[in-house]
Structure formats: structure tokens, C-alpha cells
Ligand binder design. Structure first.
Ligand SMILES: [Zn+2]
Length: 346
């Protein structure tokens, strides 16, 4: 196989439909010296020929952790094509991950279970299945990828998604909880804003998502990036993703793409209530198509189950990721309230 035979979407296509034909372990040197290392179906490492003049970055782009979230998958596949053809001149190391290949093939979020709840070792806490094995494998690739980063070099992970539900803020980022003395990064707000993102949800607890894993385990700057709405392959209006696509390309091809933003101009939320479904008879008191980030006045009944009612506790409290049909004991609704940041890292 040649590097050209992996271009034109073929790496993704073979990974999805003929994974046994993926030449795992092979390296291909492109004309400009960039090395493609095929690690597994849907996992490719890109190594530039020469290091940049200032700080090498180690950048993970993951997509399709949910199989039906096609726009980021198309963006990442196009990006790989452009590296192979030489249209993108790579200057930083990149690990490109197409996450849940079998789920892509059935156009579903997942086959057996939500892969983005299986990281930070959670994959080992239950009976094995394809998604648990894949989450474990992806953790190992990320670990190996970051292992060669020198002290002080930037480790970044953008886990790219699209949302099932309409959102008042089409693009938003879930920022992992930082419990290691770090603060949120001003430079990262600048980059994410350049991707077209105005809204940021600051998590307040550890979780088992892919981006939290990279952040907590590897001290990377990691983010769950929601870029818009779920659509089938080929039906995405790519103009809506243009700013994100351009910024993702500039980050890997410029020595230090570092746009800035006044963080006070952004919309920041923090979690106020985590409402878990405790009983069979659980209901949400707003309509099924209520967009994410719709806000309510204090005292509005949001959800109830026998003997318990959950109300908005303050004006402007907004709902995110509501799902009354989750398994008992799981999160059915998150509420968020506006917040500000006192302290930031560079
Ligand atoms: Zn997703």
C-alpha cells in the first residue's frame, strides 16, 4: 500500500469497512518529509519532518467517539487528505483518531454503550464489549503519543462532537474539571473562540469522558468541543464549520497559532444541579425539543419524580443535555448558571 492509497478518504473508508486491510505498524514518508504512522484502524499519527522554531506541540484530534456525529469525522478525514497531498504543511505532531467505527457504519451514537463514558479506566468496570476494548486501546495510543512530549511542550486534545439536540448556542465547549492546581487557559479560550465558539461550560467534577482523561491523566489541555447539530454523512453544511476547520488546520501548520480573546466577552457557565433519574416514573417539565441552554426563572419546575421536584434555583438557570430516558441512577439533566473566571493560566 502507498500513502496515496490512504488519501481521498480511503484511510477512513478502509478503517470502517475493511479494517483488516489497514496496514497497522506501517510508516509512510511523504514528499515533504512528514511521516504517517498507521497505528490501528481509525488511528494515525502524523510526525512533521522538522520541529517548529518555537515549542513543538502534541495535538490529538479525535472525532466519531459517537458514530453518528459526522461533521467532525468529515473534517478530520479531509485534514488527513490535505496532509497527504501536501496542501497542509505539518509543523506539529498530530494523533488523529476516528473513534467508534462500527457505530459510524450503522449511523448510531454507539453500538452497545456510550463510549464517552468509558475513559479513565471505566472501560474495565464491566463486561467487555467492542466499545470498552476501543476505549482502552485509545487510552493506550494517547499515552504513547504524549510520552515523547518534553517538559513544557504543549499537550492538546480536542475531542470533536456534534450535539443531538438543538442548542441556543450552536457551538459550545465542555471544559474538564481541573483538580490539579491548574486553571483554565487564556490561550485555549483564544483558540476555541477562533473556532467559532462563544459558550463554555466549566465542569465541576471528574468524569469518564475522553477529554477529561487526557486532561487529568496526561495534564493535557483537553476539551469536548460541540460544533453543531448531528447530520448524516454528506448532509452537513460545511460552511457552518468553516471557522473550526480553518483553526484546526492553522494550529497544526503554523509555528504558534495563538489568537486571543477577551474572556469577559465569552459566555461562561458552571454546573449548578446534576439531576439523576432515581425512579421509573421520572419526567421533565419542558418540551422534548427545548434547546440546550434554554434558561428559566427561579422556582420553575424542571423535573419531577414521585415525592421529589426539581426547580430552577435562580433566574437564568439553564438546562443542558436533558434525557428523561436514561437508565435509573444516571444523569437525566444538568442545570448551569452564568459564571466568571477570577484566575487563568497563560
Ligand atoms: Zn458526541
Amino acid at each position: 500500500m502507498t500513502s496515496e492509497s490512504l488519501a481521498n478518504g480511503q484511510f477512513l473508508h478502509l478503517s470502517r469497512f475493511s479494517p483488516e486491510r489497514i496496514p497497522c505498524g506501517e510508516n509512510y514518508t511523504l514528499r515533504d518529509g512528514t511521516v504517517l504512522s498507521v497505528l490501528a484502524p481509525g488511528v494515525m499519527q502524523l510526525t512533521p519532518a522538522t520541529a517548529p522554531s518555537r515549542g513543538l506541540k502534541h495535538i490529538v484530534y479525535s472525532c466519531g467517539i459517537h458514530g453518528n456525529e459526522t461533521a467532525p469525522i468529515e473534517i478530520c478525514s479531509d485534514l488527513l487528505d490535505s496532509v497527504i497531498t501536501g496542501d497542509i504543511k505539518l509543523v506539529h505532531r498530530v494523533l488523529l483518531i476516528f473513534g467508534n467505527l462500527p457505530a459510524m457504519n450503522i449511523a448510531k451514537r454507539f453500538v452497545e454503550e456510550n463510549m464517552n463514558r468509558l475513559f479513565s479506566g471505566e472501560h474495565a468496570n464491566g463486561p467487555s464489549n467492542a466499545e470498552r476494548r476501543r476505549a482502552a486501546e485509545l487510552e493506550a495510543f494517547v499515552t504513547a503519543f504524549y510520552a515523547t512530549a518534553a517538559a513544557g511542550e504543549e499537550k492538546l486534545h480536542y475531542d470533536l462532537h456534534t450535539a443531538i439536540r438543538e442548542s441556543k448556542n450552536e457551538k459550545f465547549v465542555v471544559m474538564p474539571f481541573l483538580n490539579d492546581g491548574r486553571h483554565h487557559s487564556a490561550k485555549q479560550f483564544g483558540f476555541l473562540h477562533a473556532c467559532g465558539i462563544q459558550t463554555y461550560l466549566l465542569s465541576s467534577a471528574p468524569t469518564t469522558t475522553f477529554s477529561y482523561y487526557s486532561s487529568a491523566t496526561h495534564k493535557a489541555r483537553g476539551f469536548t468541543v460541540e460544533l453543531g447539530r448531528v447530520k448524516p454523512f454528506g448532509e452537513n453544511d460545511m460552511a457552518r464549520f468553516a471557522a473550526a476547520r480553518e483553526s484546526l488546520i492553522r494550529l497544526i501548520s503554523e509555528d504558534d497559532f495563538a489568537p486571543s480573546v477577551d474572556v469577559n466577552s465569552l459566555t461562561l457557565y458552571k454546573v449548578n444541579q446534576v439531576i439523576n433519574r432515581q425512579q421509573e416514573d421520572f419526567s421533565l417539565h419542558f418540551s422534548d425539543d427545548t434547546p440546550n441552554f434554554t434558561d428559566f426563572t427561579a422556582g420553575t419546575l424542571l423535573a419531577s419524580e414521585p415525592g421529589v421536584s426539581y426547580e430552577a434555583q435562580q433566574d437564568g438557570e439553564a438546562i443542558v443535555f436533558p434525557n428523561a430516558k436514561v437508565a435509573i441512577g444516571q444523569r437525566a439533566l444538568l442545570t448551569v448558571i452564568p459564571t466568571t473566571l477570577e484566575t487563568m493560566d497563560v
